[in-house]
Design a protein around this ligand. Structure first.
Ligand SMILES: Nc1ncnc2c1ncn2[C@@H]1O[C@H](COP(=O)(O)OP(=O)(O)OP(=O)(O)O)[C@@H](O)[C@H]1O
Ligand SMILES: [Mg+2]
Length: 246
């Protein structure tokens, strides 16, 4: 087990966005983190990467207390691919990677190698010198992923990395994520595309109104939901209800 989250809670004023969520992530797996709009996925990710300080609950990484909101060194174990693109339009793809690499503490030869690896990984070598504002949506998403992963973190947190991309870029992202898993890396993966989660994830957690309502692989989740053999979308709707959330 790599990461264990116990009774995590966070409120924005009186709005309890995460309400006692508990789950764990195994080393080397792609862990799907699913839930309707407003379920608390991004808020949970923000606590895991130290952007927000949880009001209660605890996190361990490799069995040790993990407090990225107060310990800078802890943050270095994580990479984040945020829901909103975090790329600089005025910089080239290579400059974006160099800049983020420096923030992550890479320099010299190590930085150069990491940047070249990331450009190859994201299929952007030929466009590395172009300003990112000239990139397509798919290219920006691929760069966003490569930036989060540049320092090869223990755990990579991906918040809806395939929004607005075409099937080619989506497929490229899938292959990239599978490649990372083959390399023994661990990923938390958020998406609203259920067939994507079913294809890609080793296990899936379903978050609803700030609480985990089920965890397992697609097959065991269907059994837990009382609809054996059903696909993940049916299971998701059964467990989270059919009413609109926003
Ligand atoms: N900065 C904020 N201030 C106040 N409320 C917030 C803030 N960010 C999120 N919320 C609220 O907290 C709840 C959880 O939001 P969060 O963004 O974590 O959900 P999510 O599961 O990531 O949703 P989505 O699938 O739409 O990205 C929602 O009700 C949302 O409106
Ligand atoms: Mg979100």
């Amino acid at each position: 087990m790599l990461l264990e989250v116990t009774d995590l809670a966070y409120a924005y004023g009186s709005l309890q966005a995460v309400a006692g969520a508990s789950f764990h992530i195994e080393s080397g797996e792609i862990f799907g983190f699913l839930g309707p709009n407003g379920a608390g996925k991004t808020t949970t990710i923000s606590c895991l990467c130290g952007l927000l300080t949880p009001q209660s609950g605890s996190i361990t990484l490799d069995g040790q207390a993990f407090m990225p909101w107060s310990k800078t060194a802890h943050r270095a174990h994580l990479g984040v691919v945020p829901q909103e693109l975090a790329v600089y339009g005025e910089l080239s793809g290579r400059e974006n990677l160099q800049f983020i690499g420096q923030l992550q503490g890479l320099q010299g030869k190590a930085l150069e190698q990491a940047v070249e690896r990331a450009l190859e990984f994201s299929g952007l070598q030929d466009r590395a010198k172009d300003r990112v504002k000239q990139y397509s949506g798919g290219m920006k998403r691929r760069l966003n992923l490569a930036m989060g992963d540049l320092h090869q973190p223990r755990l990579l947190l991906l918040d809806e990395p395939t929004v607005g991309v075409d099937p080619q870029s989506r497929n490229h992202l899938f292959e990239s994520l599978r490649f990372l898993r083959q390399e023994g890396r661990t990923l938390l993966y958020t998406t609203h595309y259920m067939e994507e989660a079913q294809r890609l994830c080793d296990r899936v957690a379903i978050l609803n109104e700030g609480k985990i309502v089920a965890v397992g692989n697609a097959e065991t989740l269907a059994e837990q939901a009382g609809i054996p053999g059903a696909n993940l979308e049916e299971v998701f709707l059964k467990l989270t209800g059919r009413s609109l959330r926003d």
